[in-house]
Design a protein around this ligand. Structure first.
Ligand SMILES: Cc1cc2nc3c(=O)[nH]c(=O)nc-3n(C[C@H](O)[C@H](O)[C@H](O)COP(=O)(O)OP(=O)(O)OC[C@H]3O[C@@H](n4cnc5c(N)ncnc54)[C@H](O)[C@@H]3O)c2cc1C
Length: 414
Protein backbone atom coordinates (compact mmCIF):
# COMPACT_ATOMS: atom_id res chain seq x y z
CA UNK A 1 0.00 0.00 0.00
CA UNK A 2 1.34 3.45 -0.90
CA UNK A 3 1.90 5.71 2.08
CA UNK A 4 2.45 9.49 2.17
CA UNK A 5 3.00 11.93 5.02
CA UNK A 6 0.54 14.35 3.41
CA UNK A 7 -2.13 13.75 0.79
CA UNK A 8 -3.87 16.82 -0.65
CA UNK A 9 -7.21 16.52 -2.46
CA UNK A 10 -7.52 19.04 -5.31
CA UNK A 11 -4.94 20.86 -7.44
CA UNK A 12 -6.26 24.41 -7.48
CA UNK A 13 -4.53 27.52 -6.20
CA UNK A 14 -5.17 26.72 -2.52
CA UNK A 15 -3.56 23.31 -2.85
CA UNK A 16 -0.60 24.77 -4.76
CA UNK A 17 -0.03 27.44 -2.13
CA UNK A 18 -0.20 24.90 0.71
CA UNK A 19 2.22 22.45 -0.91
CA UNK A 20 4.71 25.10 -2.05
CA UNK A 21 4.76 26.90 1.30
CA UNK A 22 5.11 23.68 3.24
CA UNK A 23 8.18 22.72 1.22
CA UNK A 24 9.54 26.26 1.41
CA UNK A 25 9.25 26.14 5.20
CA UNK A 26 11.32 22.96 5.31
CA UNK A 27 8.87 20.03 5.18
CA UNK A 28 10.83 16.96 4.13
CA UNK A 29 8.05 14.37 4.19
CA UNK A 30 6.33 12.75 1.22
CA UNK A 31 3.44 14.59 -0.45
CA UNK A 32 0.80 13.31 -2.87
CA UNK A 33 -1.62 15.69 -4.62
CA UNK A 34 -4.74 14.08 -6.10
CA UNK A 35 -6.85 15.80 -8.75
CA UNK A 36 -9.75 14.35 -10.70
CA UNK A 37 -9.15 16.68 -13.64
CA UNK A 38 -6.43 16.35 -16.23
CA UNK A 39 -4.49 19.45 -15.18
CA UNK A 40 -3.60 21.81 -12.38
CA UNK A 41 -6.32 24.47 -11.96
CA UNK A 42 -8.95 22.25 -13.49
CA UNK A 43 -11.81 23.49 -11.27
CA UNK A 44 -13.08 26.91 -10.09
CA UNK A 45 -9.54 28.34 -9.95
CA UNK A 46 -9.64 28.39 -13.77
CA UNK A 47 -12.98 30.21 -13.90
CA UNK A 48 -12.18 32.98 -11.46
CA UNK A 49 -12.25 36.70 -12.21
CA UNK A 50 -8.99 36.87 -10.26
CA UNK A 51 -9.85 40.07 -8.40
CA UNK A 52 -7.84 40.90 -5.28
CA UNK A 53 -8.64 43.53 -2.70
CA UNK A 54 -7.92 44.35 0.92
CA UNK A 55 -11.17 46.29 1.35
CA UNK A 56 -13.03 44.01 3.74
CA UNK A 57 -15.07 44.47 6.88
CA UNK A 58 -13.36 41.68 8.80
CA UNK A 59 -9.81 42.06 10.04
CA UNK A 60 -8.83 38.53 9.10
CA UNK A 61 -9.76 39.13 5.46
CA UNK A 62 -7.91 42.45 5.43
CA UNK A 63 -4.80 40.87 6.91
CA UNK A 64 -4.83 37.86 4.58
CA UNK A 65 -5.38 39.96 1.48
CA UNK A 66 -2.82 42.62 2.37
CA UNK A 67 -0.28 39.84 2.82
CA UNK A 68 -1.40 38.08 -0.38
CA UNK A 69 -1.21 41.28 -2.45
CA UNK A 70 2.46 41.63 -1.48
CA UNK A 71 3.07 38.00 -2.45
CA UNK A 72 1.32 38.35 -5.79
CA UNK A 73 3.17 41.58 -6.53
CA UNK A 74 6.54 39.84 -6.26
CA UNK A 75 5.27 36.51 -7.66
CA UNK A 76 7.16 36.77 -10.93
CA UNK A 77 10.44 37.63 -9.22
CA UNK A 78 10.04 35.03 -6.48
CA UNK A 79 8.56 32.19 -8.51
CA UNK A 80 9.84 32.84 -12.03
CA UNK A 81 6.28 32.65 -13.38
CA UNK A 82 4.02 35.58 -14.22
CA UNK A 83 0.68 35.58 -12.43
CA UNK A 84 -0.67 38.49 -14.52
CA UNK A 85 -0.54 40.87 -11.55
CA UNK A 86 -2.31 44.14 -12.39
CA UNK A 87 -2.77 46.65 -9.58
CA UNK A 88 -5.42 48.77 -11.30
CA UNK A 89 -7.49 49.19 -8.14
CA UNK A 90 -11.02 48.35 -6.97
CA UNK A 91 -13.88 50.81 -6.99
CA UNK A 92 -16.98 50.16 -4.89
CA UNK A 93 -19.91 52.53 -5.48
CA UNK A 94 -22.68 53.23 -2.98
CA UNK A 95 -26.24 54.48 -2.59
CA UNK A 96 -26.97 56.87 0.30
CA UNK A 97 -28.04 54.24 2.85
CA UNK A 98 -24.92 52.08 2.54
CA UNK A 99 -22.68 55.10 2.18
CA UNK A 100 -23.62 56.03 5.77
CA UNK A 101 -21.88 52.87 6.96
CA UNK A 102 -18.60 53.63 5.21
CA UNK A 103 -17.05 55.87 7.94
CA UNK A 104 -17.14 52.92 10.37
CA UNK A 105 -15.52 50.63 7.81
CA UNK A 106 -13.00 53.36 6.93
CA UNK A 107 -11.89 53.47 10.56
CA UNK A 108 -11.01 49.77 10.43
CA UNK A 109 -9.26 50.18 7.07
CA UNK A 110 -7.18 53.06 8.40
CA UNK A 111 -6.28 51.05 11.50
CA UNK A 112 -5.10 48.15 9.32
CA UNK A 113 -3.12 50.42 6.95
CA UNK A 114 -5.43 49.70 4.00
CA UNK A 115 -4.74 52.17 1.21
CA UNK A 116 -8.10 53.69 0.22
CA UNK A 117 -9.71 56.93 -0.97
CA UNK A 118 -13.30 58.09 -0.60
CA UNK A 119 -14.56 59.43 -3.93
CA UNK A 120 -17.30 61.89 -4.86
CA UNK A 121 -19.68 61.06 -7.74
CA UNK A 122 -17.66 63.40 -9.94
CA UNK A 123 -14.44 61.56 -9.12
CA UNK A 124 -16.14 58.22 -9.86
CA UNK A 125 -17.33 59.49 -13.24
CA UNK A 126 -13.79 60.63 -14.02
CA UNK A 127 -12.50 57.08 -13.45
CA UNK A 128 -15.15 55.26 -15.53
CA UNK A 129 -15.72 56.92 -18.90
CA UNK A 130 -19.38 57.50 -19.65
CA UNK A 131 -20.63 56.47 -16.19
CA UNK A 132 -23.46 58.57 -14.78
CA UNK A 133 -23.83 58.47 -11.01
CA UNK A 134 -27.21 60.21 -10.96
CA UNK A 135 -30.48 58.82 -12.27
CA UNK A 136 -31.79 61.94 -14.05
CA UNK A 137 -30.62 60.58 -17.42
CA UNK A 138 -32.82 57.51 -16.98
CA UNK A 139 -36.44 56.90 -17.84
CA UNK A 140 -38.08 57.16 -14.36
CA UNK A 141 -40.03 53.95 -14.97
CA UNK A 142 -36.87 52.06 -15.82
CA UNK A 143 -35.09 53.51 -12.78
CA UNK A 144 -37.97 52.41 -10.59
CA UNK A 145 -38.13 48.95 -12.17
CA UNK A 146 -34.40 48.45 -11.63
CA UNK A 147 -34.62 50.01 -8.15
CA UNK A 148 -31.77 52.35 -9.10
CA UNK A 149 -30.79 55.21 -6.81
CA UNK A 150 -28.16 57.90 -7.27
CA UNK A 151 -24.63 56.78 -6.45
CA UNK A 152 -23.47 59.21 -3.77
CA UNK A 153 -19.93 58.04 -3.15
CA UNK A 154 -17.28 55.47 -3.83
CA UNK A 155 -14.38 53.73 -2.16
CA UNK A 156 -11.26 53.30 -4.27
CA UNK A 157 -8.76 50.70 -3.12
CA UNK A 158 -5.43 51.59 -4.69
CA UNK A 159 -3.61 48.38 -3.78
CA UNK A 160 -6.30 46.15 -5.25
CA UNK A 161 -6.55 44.73 -8.76
CA UNK A 162 -6.66 41.42 -10.58
CA UNK A 163 -4.40 38.50 -11.49
CA UNK A 164 -4.56 35.10 -13.14
CA UNK A 165 -5.19 32.45 -10.45
CA UNK A 166 -4.52 29.54 -12.85
CA UNK A 167 -1.07 30.86 -13.65
CA UNK A 168 -0.38 31.32 -9.95
CA UNK A 169 -1.48 27.72 -9.27
CA UNK A 170 0.81 26.47 -12.04
CA UNK A 171 3.64 28.58 -10.60
CA UNK A 172 3.19 27.09 -7.13
CA UNK A 173 3.26 23.52 -8.43
CA UNK A 174 6.19 24.19 -10.78
CA UNK A 175 8.31 25.61 -7.97
CA UNK A 176 7.20 22.86 -5.56
CA UNK A 177 8.79 20.39 -8.00
CA UNK A 178 12.18 22.09 -7.46
CA UNK A 179 12.42 20.97 -3.83
CA UNK A 180 14.26 17.79 -2.87
CA UNK A 181 11.07 16.43 -1.32
CA UNK A 182 9.34 16.89 -4.66
CA UNK A 183 5.60 16.14 -4.40
CA UNK A 184 3.82 13.55 -6.53
CA UNK A 185 1.04 15.10 -8.61
CA UNK A 186 -1.49 12.49 -9.67
CA UNK A 187 -4.12 13.74 -12.13
CA UNK A 188 -7.23 12.01 -13.52
CA UNK A 189 -7.84 10.47 -10.12
CA UNK A 190 -11.07 10.70 -8.19
CA UNK A 191 -10.93 10.54 -4.41
CA UNK A 192 -13.83 8.28 -3.49
CA UNK A 193 -13.55 8.67 0.25
CA UNK A 194 -11.36 9.53 3.19
CA UNK A 195 -10.68 6.58 5.49
CA UNK A 196 -10.78 6.85 9.27
CA UNK A 197 -9.56 4.78 12.20
CA UNK A 198 -12.12 5.85 14.77
CA UNK A 199 -12.17 9.61 14.34
CA UNK A 200 -8.64 9.92 12.95
CA UNK A 201 -8.17 10.36 9.19
CA UNK A 202 -5.80 7.65 8.00
CA UNK A 203 -5.91 7.84 4.21
CA UNK A 204 -8.10 7.72 1.16
CA UNK A 205 -9.65 5.42 -1.39
CA UNK A 206 -9.11 6.64 -4.95
CA UNK A 207 -10.08 5.58 -8.45
CA UNK A 208 -7.77 6.31 -11.38
CA UNK A 209 -8.64 6.99 -15.03
CA UNK A 210 -8.67 3.23 -15.77
CA UNK A 211 -11.20 2.63 -13.02
CA UNK A 212 -8.63 1.00 -10.77
CA UNK A 213 -9.31 1.57 -7.09
CA UNK A 214 -6.52 1.99 -4.56
CA UNK A 215 -6.31 2.62 -0.85
CA UNK A 216 -3.58 5.07 0.15
CA UNK A 217 -2.33 5.73 3.67
CA UNK A 218 -1.76 9.30 4.80
CA UNK A 219 -0.34 10.97 7.89
CA UNK A 220 -2.40 14.07 7.10
CA UNK A 221 -5.26 14.42 4.62
CA UNK A 222 -5.73 18.02 3.41
CA UNK A 223 -9.01 18.81 1.69
CA UNK A 224 -8.57 21.65 -0.82
CA UNK A 225 -11.47 20.38 -2.90
CA UNK A 226 -13.70 23.48 -3.08
CA UNK A 227 -17.47 22.98 -3.35
CA UNK A 228 -17.18 19.15 -3.38
CA UNK A 229 -16.19 19.06 0.32
CA UNK A 230 -19.51 17.89 1.80
CA UNK A 231 -20.07 15.34 -0.96
CA UNK A 232 -16.68 13.81 -0.13
CA UNK A 233 -17.23 13.88 3.65
CA UNK A 234 -20.65 12.23 3.23
CA UNK A 235 -19.17 9.51 1.00
CA UNK A 236 -16.56 8.99 3.72
CA UNK A 237 -19.29 8.20 6.24
CA UNK A 238 -19.06 11.44 8.24
CA UNK A 239 -22.26 12.39 10.09
CA UNK A 240 -24.04 15.62 9.08
CA UNK A 241 -22.74 17.29 12.24
CA UNK A 242 -19.16 16.90 10.92
CA UNK A 243 -19.84 18.56 7.57
CA UNK A 244 -19.41 22.23 6.64
CA UNK A 245 -22.05 24.90 5.94
CA UNK A 246 -20.83 25.01 2.34
CA UNK A 247 -23.01 24.89 -0.75
CA UNK A 248 -22.02 24.92 -4.40
CA UNK A 249 -23.29 27.88 -6.41
CA UNK A 250 -22.89 28.75 -10.06
CA UNK A 251 -21.32 32.10 -10.89
CA UNK A 252 -21.02 33.24 -14.50
CA UNK A 253 -18.53 35.56 -16.16
CA UNK A 254 -19.34 37.41 -19.38
CA UNK A 255 -16.84 38.78 -21.88
CA UNK A 256 -18.20 41.53 -24.09
CA UNK A 257 -16.54 43.38 -26.88
CA UNK A 258 -16.47 47.11 -26.66
CA UNK A 259 -16.39 48.52 -30.16
CA UNK A 260 -14.20 51.57 -30.29
CA UNK A 261 -14.39 52.65 -26.68
CA UNK A 262 -11.05 51.45 -25.29
CA UNK A 263 -9.21 52.81 -28.30
CA UNK A 264 -11.06 56.10 -28.34
CA UNK A 265 -10.78 56.72 -24.65
CA UNK A 266 -7.54 55.41 -23.19
CA UNK A 267 -8.95 55.71 -19.67
CA UNK A 268 -10.74 52.40 -20.31
CA UNK A 269 -7.37 50.63 -20.23
CA UNK A 270 -6.84 51.72 -16.64
CA UNK A 271 -10.30 51.27 -15.16
CA UNK A 272 -10.33 49.67 -11.75
CA UNK A 273 -12.37 46.53 -11.09
CA UNK A 274 -15.62 48.38 -10.48
CA UNK A 275 -18.74 47.34 -8.59
CA UNK A 276 -21.97 49.14 -9.42
CA UNK A 277 -25.73 48.66 -8.98
CA UNK A 278 -27.08 45.18 -8.16
CA UNK A 279 -23.55 43.91 -7.50
CA UNK A 280 -22.54 44.06 -11.17
CA UNK A 281 -18.78 44.13 -11.43
CA UNK A 282 -16.54 44.63 -14.42
CA UNK A 283 -12.94 45.10 -15.41
CA UNK A 284 -10.93 45.61 -18.55
CA UNK A 285 -9.90 42.30 -20.08
CA UNK A 286 -7.47 42.96 -22.92
CA UNK A 287 -9.64 45.66 -24.45
CA UNK A 288 -12.87 43.79 -23.75
CA UNK A 289 -14.97 43.95 -20.62
CA UNK A 290 -15.20 41.05 -18.18
CA UNK A 291 -18.51 41.35 -16.35
CA UNK A 292 -20.02 39.36 -13.50
CA UNK A 293 -23.15 39.44 -11.42
CA UNK A 294 -24.27 36.90 -8.82
CA UNK A 295 -27.80 35.62 -9.30
CA UNK A 296 -29.94 36.03 -6.20
CA UNK A 297 -30.85 32.69 -4.63
CA UNK A 298 -28.67 30.65 -6.97
CA UNK A 299 -29.46 27.03 -6.01
CA UNK A 300 -27.03 24.57 -4.45
CA UNK A 301 -25.87 22.65 -7.52
CA UNK A 302 -22.77 21.54 -9.43
CA UNK A 303 -24.33 22.76 -12.68
CA UNK A 304 -22.07 25.17 -14.57
CA UNK A 305 -24.14 25.64 -17.74
CA UNK A 306 -23.39 29.02 -19.31
CA UNK A 307 -26.56 31.09 -19.82
CA UNK A 308 -26.20 33.92 -22.36
CA UNK A 309 -29.83 34.88 -21.66
CA UNK A 310 -28.88 35.81 -18.12
CA UNK A 311 -26.48 38.40 -19.51
CA UNK A 312 -29.13 39.81 -21.84
CA UNK A 313 -31.92 39.86 -19.26
CA UNK A 314 -30.15 40.62 -15.98
CA UNK A 315 -26.80 42.24 -16.69
CA UNK A 316 -26.87 44.21 -19.90
CA UNK A 317 -29.85 46.45 -19.10
CA UNK A 318 -28.71 47.75 -15.68
CA UNK A 319 -25.15 48.09 -16.96
CA UNK A 320 -26.14 50.26 -19.93
CA UNK A 321 -28.45 52.37 -17.78
CA UNK A 322 -25.56 53.20 -15.44
CA UNK A 323 -22.95 53.50 -18.21
CA UNK A 324 -24.87 54.39 -21.37
CA UNK A 325 -21.77 53.95 -23.55
CA UNK A 326 -21.88 50.19 -22.82
CA UNK A 327 -25.10 49.86 -24.81
CA UNK A 328 -22.91 48.92 -27.78
CA UNK A 329 -21.30 45.98 -25.96
CA UNK A 330 -21.97 42.56 -27.48
CA UNK A 331 -21.50 39.29 -25.66
CA UNK A 332 -18.48 37.44 -27.09
CA UNK A 333 -17.87 34.63 -24.65
CA UNK A 334 -18.47 33.49 -21.12
CA UNK A 335 -18.46 30.57 -18.73
CA UNK A 336 -19.96 29.22 -15.55
CA UNK A 337 -17.88 28.27 -12.54
CA UNK A 338 -18.63 27.31 -8.94
CA UNK A 339 -18.36 29.20 -5.66
CA UNK A 340 -17.87 27.11 -2.52
CA UNK A 341 -20.24 29.38 -0.61
CA UNK A 342 -20.10 29.22 3.17
CA UNK A 343 -23.71 30.08 4.00
CA UNK A 344 -22.96 30.75 7.68
CA UNK A 345 -20.57 33.68 7.36
CA UNK A 346 -19.13 33.81 3.83
CA UNK A 347 -15.60 33.11 4.88
CA UNK A 348 -13.13 30.32 4.36
CA UNK A 349 -12.88 27.30 6.67
CA UNK A 350 -9.24 26.79 7.42
CA UNK A 351 -7.28 24.54 9.77
CA UNK A 352 -7.79 21.19 11.52
CA UNK A 353 -11.19 19.54 11.63
CA UNK A 354 -11.82 19.35 15.39
CA UNK A 355 -13.68 16.04 15.21
CA UNK A 356 -11.11 14.34 13.01
CA UNK A 357 -7.43 14.47 13.91
CA UNK A 358 -5.27 14.37 10.79
CA UNK A 359 -7.91 16.07 8.62
CA UNK A 360 -6.98 19.56 7.42
CA UNK A 361 -9.46 21.90 5.70
CA UNK A 362 -8.98 24.74 3.24
CA UNK A 363 -12.43 25.24 1.71
CA UNK A 364 -15.48 27.56 1.72
CA UNK A 365 -13.72 30.58 0.30
CA UNK A 366 -17.06 31.96 -0.93
CA UNK A 367 -15.58 33.74 -3.94
CA UNK A 368 -12.36 35.05 -2.41
CA UNK A 369 -10.09 32.04 -2.44
CA UNK A 370 -7.91 33.07 -5.34
CA UNK A 371 -6.82 36.19 -3.49
CA UNK A 372 -6.57 34.68 0.02
CA UNK A 373 -5.02 31.27 -0.52
CA UNK A 374 -1.50 32.64 -1.23
CA UNK A 375 -1.45 33.89 2.39
CA UNK A 376 -3.47 31.05 3.92
CA UNK A 377 -1.02 28.49 2.49
CA UNK A 378 1.74 30.08 4.57
CA UNK A 379 -0.38 29.82 7.72
CA UNK A 380 -1.41 26.22 7.14
CA UNK A 381 2.19 25.23 6.48
CA UNK A 382 3.13 26.80 9.84
CA UNK A 383 0.28 24.96 11.52
CA UNK A 384 1.42 21.59 10.16
CA UNK A 385 5.10 22.18 10.91
CA UNK A 386 4.98 23.99 14.24
CA UNK A 387 1.46 23.41 15.56
CA UNK A 388 0.51 27.08 15.42
CA UNK A 389 0.00 30.02 13.08
CA UNK A 390 2.83 32.53 13.10
CA UNK A 391 2.55 34.98 10.21
CA UNK A 392 -1.20 35.59 10.38
CA UNK A 393 -3.44 34.01 13.00
CA UNK A 394 -6.09 32.13 11.00
CA UNK A 395 -7.86 30.66 14.05
CA UNK A 396 -10.93 32.90 13.47
CA UNK A 397 -11.52 30.74 10.36
CA UNK A 398 -11.50 27.41 12.26
CA UNK A 399 -14.13 24.75 11.52
CA UNK A 400 -15.38 24.75 15.12
CA UNK A 401 -16.51 28.40 14.94
CA UNK A 402 -19.91 27.28 13.69
CA UNK A 403 -20.72 25.22 16.75
CA UNK A 404 -19.11 27.80 19.06
CA UNK A 405 -21.23 30.58 17.57
CA UNK A 406 -18.04 32.51 16.80
CA UNK A 407 -18.93 33.45 13.23
CA UNK A 408 -16.78 35.89 11.26
CA UNK A 409 -19.38 37.81 9.31
CA UNK A 410 -18.04 39.46 6.18
CA UNK A 411 -20.27 42.20 4.84
CA UNK A 412 -18.52 43.07 1.56
CA UNK A 413 -19.11 39.91 -0.47
CA UNK A 414 -19.62 39.95 -4.24
C1 LIG B 1 -16.89 32.99 -11.69
C2 LIG B 1 -15.96 33.03 -10.52
C3 LIG B 1 -15.34 34.23 -10.19
C4 LIG B 1 -14.47 34.29 -9.11
N1 LIG B 1 -13.84 35.47 -8.86
C5 LIG B 1 -12.93 35.53 -7.86
C6 LIG B 1 -12.21 36.72 -7.63
O1 LIG B 1 -12.39 37.72 -8.31
N2 LIG B 1 -11.29 36.71 -6.63
C7 LIG B 1 -11.07 35.61 -5.85
O2 LIG B 1 -10.23 35.66 -4.95
N3 LIG B 1 -11.76 34.47 -6.03
C8 LIG B 1 -12.68 34.40 -7.02
N4 LIG B 1 -13.36 33.25 -7.24
C9 LIG B 1 -13.19 32.15 -6.29
C10 LIG B 1 -11.90 31.42 -6.51
O3 LIG B 1 -11.78 31.05 -7.87
C11 LIG B 1 -11.86 30.19 -5.59
O4 LIG B 1 -12.09 30.60 -4.26
C12 LIG B 1 -10.50 29.51 -5.66
O5 LIG B 1 -10.15 29.25 -6.98
C13 LIG B 1 -10.56 28.23 -4.86
O6 LIG B 1 -9.41 27.50 -5.16
P1 LIG B 1 -9.21 26.08 -4.52
O7 LIG B 1 -7.86 25.64 -4.91
O8 LIG B 1 -9.54 26.10 -3.08
O9 LIG B 1 -10.33 25.16 -5.13
P2 LIG B 1 -10.81 24.80 -6.58
O10 LIG B 1 -10.29 25.67 -7.63
O11 LIG B 1 -12.27 24.67 -6.39
O12 LIG B 1 -10.18 23.38 -6.80
C14 LIG B 1 -10.66 22.22 -6.17
C15 LIG B 1 -10.15 21.07 -6.99
O13 LIG B 1 -10.48 19.89 -6.29
C16 LIG B 1 -10.79 18.91 -7.25
N5 LIG B 1 -11.60 17.90 -6.58
C17 LIG B 1 -12.74 18.09 -5.89
N6 LIG B 1 -13.21 16.95 -5.38
C18 LIG B 1 -12.34 15.99 -5.78
C19 LIG B 1 -12.29 14.58 -5.58
N7 LIG B 1 -13.21 13.93 -4.87
N8 LIG B 1 -11.26 13.88 -6.14
C20 LIG B 1 -10.30 14.54 -6.87
N9 LIG B 1 -10.30 15.86 -7.09
C21 LIG B 1 -11.31 16.58 -6.54
C22 LIG B 1 -11.55 19.67 -8.32
O14 LIG B 1 -11.52 19.01 -9.58
C23 LIG B 1 -10.81 21.00 -8.34
O15 LIG B 1 -9.82 21.06 -9.35
C24 LIG B 1 -14.23 33.14 -8.31
C25 LIG B 1 -14.84 31.93 -8.64
C26 LIG B 1 -15.68 31.88 -9.73
C27 LIG B 1 -16.32 30.56 -10.08
Amino acid sequence: MRKFDLVVVGAGISSGSLVYNLLKQGFTGSILVLERGDKVAYGPTAFSAGGFRNLWTTEINQQLCTKAIGLLKSFQDDMGVSCGFNQSGYLFTYYAKTWEKIPAAAEIWAKNCVNFELLTPEQIEAKIPGMKCGIDHMDPEVAEFLEFQPIVGGVFGKDCGAFDPSQAAVGYFERAMDFKARPTLQLNTEVLKVTFDGARATGLVVKDANGVEETIQAGVVALCCGPWINELLRRSGCPESDLTPIISQKRMMFITDFPGAPNEDKRWHDIPLTIIDQGIYFKNESGNLMIGKARKDEPDSFDTTFEPDYYRDEVNLPMQERIPSTAVCKLKAGWGGLYDTNTADHNAIVGWHDEHPGLLLQVGYSGHGAMESPAVGIGLAELILTGKYQTIDCTPLRWSRFREGALVHEKIVI
